[in-house]
Write a protein that binds this ligand. Structure first.
Ligand SMILES: NC(=O)c1ccc[n+]([C@@H]2O[C@H](COP(=O)([O-])OP(=O)(O)OC[C@H]3O[C@@H](n4cnc5c(N)ncnc54)[C@H](OP(=O)(O)O)[C@@H]3O)[C@@H](O)[C@H]2O)c1
Length: 238
């Protein structure tokens, strides 16, 4: 593994255990797409980036996705491309599922015994078919900070927000992501879903300009490890 990629993981290992530490990831094409217009996203990235994703999963207590990703991809969200060290167990899987759309047949429910938790809105009349946490639904959906606090109260300190676009973007807009790992593949899709769609900034000087480490992986995909907490701190001093 490259030094830069290894040091990105070390940041997670050394995270403050006294608060939620949040890393988000997106695998995208050169033109910023995370899926084709029909929702196909397997596989934009190549082996080294997928290995990196599994290393990220291995570092966290829980992997979090939006219900759109479960419905589109039916993912397992476990660690399987790399060996888990003896002291690690499979991360829990968390699905943000405000209205209880999670199918009972979803693979995450029927897989390896790791904890599965769904986040439902308080007014959900059709709870997800697994353990659930309930969060107040505001005019703008579920507050990402409230989701993190509820997960932290359940013992989840390190969290990986793995997708999709809506979920990662909501968490970035809420200012609660510590690190964003974007894995660029040298691929031009040309249409389809873009990864990050944020609230508009009034002027370019208000855009996030994160301190970033860049690592070219062995098969040519490129990891951008963006320090979003550093970017927010820089903006605050402007
Ligand atoms: N390339 C990659 O790295 C990558 C990774 C993951 C997924 N993907 C792709 O991304 C696509 C799915 O992305 P997506 O943006 O459509 O869906 P998504 O982000 O997975 O899920 C969005 C849904 O999750 C719920 N949700 C998430 N955060 C919420 C919040 N704060 N408040 C309220 N509801 C919230 C909402 O469900 P309700 O609509 O039920 O309210 C929302 O519509 C798929 O094509 C998948 O293949 C790509």
């Amino acid at each position: 593994m490259h030094n830069e990629a290894a040091s990105s993981l070390e940041v997670i290992r050394q995270a403050d255990p006294g608060r939620p530490f949040v890393v988000a990831q997106l695998g995208q094409s050169l033109d910023g797409r995370i899926a084709t217009p029909t929702g196909e996203s397997r596989w934009i990235n190549r082996d080294c980036a997928l290995d990196h994703l599994h290393r990220l999963r291995a570092e966290v207590d829980a992997v979090v996705v939006g219900i759109g990703t479960v419905i589109a991809d039916d993912p397992l969200l476990n660690v399987r491309r790399i060996p888990l060290t003896q002291k690690r167990t499979q991360p829990a899987r968390v699905v943000i599922d405000p209205s209880g759309r999670l199918p009972a047949t979803a693979k995450i429910l029927n897989f390896d015994g790791a904890d599965v938790l769904a986040i439902n809105a308080h007014d959900c009349t059709n709870p997800s078919p697994c353990n659930t946490l309930t969060i107040e639904r505001g005019s703008d959906g579920l507050c990402p900070k409230a989701i993190l606090e509820a997960l932290f109260a359940r013992g989840f300190n390190k969290l990986l927000i793995e997708g999709g676009a809506h979920t990662v973007s909501r968490f970035i807009d809420a200012g609660v992501i510590d690190r964003l790992h974007i894995l660029f593949a040298p691929l031009i899709i040309g249409s389809g879903q873009t990864g990050i769609n944020l609230l508009p900034v009034g002027e370019l000087s208000r855009a996030l300009r994160p301190p970033t480490k860049v690592c070219v992986l062995d098969d040519g995909d490129v990891l951008f490890d963006c320090d979003l907490s550093g970017a927010r701190a820089n903006l605050a001093t402007k």
